[in-house]
Design a protein around this ligand. Structure first.
Ligand SMILES: *Cc1c(COP(=O)(O)O)cnc(C)c1O
Length: 421
């Protein structure tokens, strides 16, 4: 058996769409990117969507758009992929890490304690596809007390008049919050279309704008499209049409546009996402939960509750009463069965760069506790029923072997303690 962790979904539709782009004579940013943006708007009901070459690029772009710079702080959870912090650092600002709640999403009480007069934004991460507690965070940043602390330093900051709420939705395309698309829960929601994500363009990202009514979304969209292409007022596609060679540079933009060849992959996927690709993931997650819930050591991930439903991107199961070392042994055993699993995530304060710059995992005890007993199982549409049976079997065998091993060790220790001397 050889079950990969998260292969990209490539069917005939994807191949046809990519071939169509290749044969069209236009492979970089053009009609396919626009079509993908329209599909994202349709899926999420957002007011605007801008595709670029990664989540990371989109996050840097949106922080820069808001005027985040040196001296500013952005609150993020310690439990995420490094990009959540790096986008802040690339703007010269400081990522202020806070701990998570037991559902692995950012703890709103910790956010509250971390807000200062330097706070410009919060990036909440929809870990595994599960939306954060947005209502509590929104109530907090709209409260008179927190608004009074906010010091605006740019036109956009003055216009918003409060802390910007960004959702790191790298995992959560298609998730719902309070019965609506979860993208509507934040000012800005950013998806990743990296190769392992639910919808992929090989590399890519998309920023959805759902700003308050005093922002003109059409204008912001136009600005961001230009900003993402060196600040150039005409893209190459527009220039290729007739006597249209003259252009101007309007801003100190970034060069992060998404090529059509990439957009076509995502376009073919997103069209089948709500109807088939996401429901397939859901079915697998439910099967894992149903069967593994028979074991007292199993801690299921939150997939759905009264306010939200996951996009089933990752299946982050946890195991009761095990140490980090025991978890690592269990993973070795599962991999020996030919099943590739993963851990989401190594808390950022445990990574060299963040350690070196002053972050310490002891300040994020729940991030460590959750990380130490977490294992992410394969979950994707092309997994067969036999595959998931096999994965479940491998997990059960590996956990039970570990438990037996620990018991023997304990017993051996008791025995030696009876020996004289
Ligand atoms: C994948 C991921 C990112 C980064 O996405 P890129 O498109 O690779 O830049 C950011 N945040 C989280 C939580 C992710 O899993």
């Amino acid at each position: 058996m050889n079950i990969p962790f998260s292969p990209p979904f490539i069917d005939q539709n994807v191949i046809n769409e990519v071939m169509d782009t290749l044969k069209s004579g236009w492979i970089t940013s053009g009609p396919k990117v626009i079509a993908l943006e329209k599909e994202v708007v349709r899926l999420t009901r957002s007011k605007a969507a801008i595709c670029v070459n990664s989540w990371t690029s989109a996050a840097i772009m949106m922080l820069k758009w808001f005027g985040v710079q040196e001296g500013d702080e952005v609150i993020i959870p310690a439990y995420s992929y490094c990009a959540t912090a790096l986008c802040v650092l690339h703007c010269g600002a400081t990522p202020v890490m806070v701990d998570i709640a037991d559902d692995l999403t950012i703890d709103p009480q910790r956010v509250k304690m971390a807000i200062t007069s330097r706070t410009k934004a919060i990036i909440a991460v929809d870990i595994a596809g599960l939306p954060c507690d947005y209502n509590t965070i929104k109530t907090l940043i709209r409260s008179a007390k927190v608004r009074a602390l906010f010091v605006p330093n740019s036109d956009e900051q003055r216009k918003l008049g409060r802390i910007l709420l960004i959702s790191d939705a790298a995992h959560s395309i298609g998730a719902t919050y309070m019965g609506h698309s979860s993208a509507l829960s934040s000012d800005i929601t950013i998806f990743s279309f990296h190769a392992v994500k639910n919808v992929t363009t090989a590399e890519g990202g998309c920023a959805c704008l759902n700003l308050p009514g005093n922002f003109n979304h059409e204008e912001e969209y136009k600005f961001l499209k230009i900003f993402a292409l060196n600040g150039q007022n005409k893209d190459a596609y527009a220039k290729s049409k007739g006597a249209n060679w003259k252009y101007d540079i309007l801003y100190k933009g970034l060069k992060i546009n998404m090529p059509d060849i990439c957009a076509s992959i995502g376009l073919a996927q997103i069209k089948q996402y709500k109807r088939s690709l996401m429901p397939e993931r859901k079915k697998i997650a439910e099967k894992y939960c149903n069967i593994l819930s028979n074991y007292e050591w199993f801690i299921p991930p939150t997939l759905k509750d009264f306010s939200r439903e996951s996009s089933y991107h990752i299946f982050p199961m946890r195991i009761k009463h095990i140490t980090e070392a025991q978890r690592d042994h269990i993973i070795e055993d599962i991999v020996a069965f030919g099943v590739i699993v993963n851990v989401h995530f190594i808390p950022m304060p445990m990574l060299s760069y963040f350690k070196k710059t002053g972050y310490n995992i002891v300040n994020y005890p729940n991030s460590y506790t959750q990380y130490a007993c977490e294992i992410s199982l394969p979950i994707y549409p092309t997994l067969s029923d036999a595959d998931t049976d096999y994965i479940i079997d491998a997990v059960i065998k590996a956990v039970q072997a570990q438990m037996l091993h620990s018991k023997r060790k304990e017993l051996a220790m008791v025995k030696t303690s009876y020996l004289p001397g």
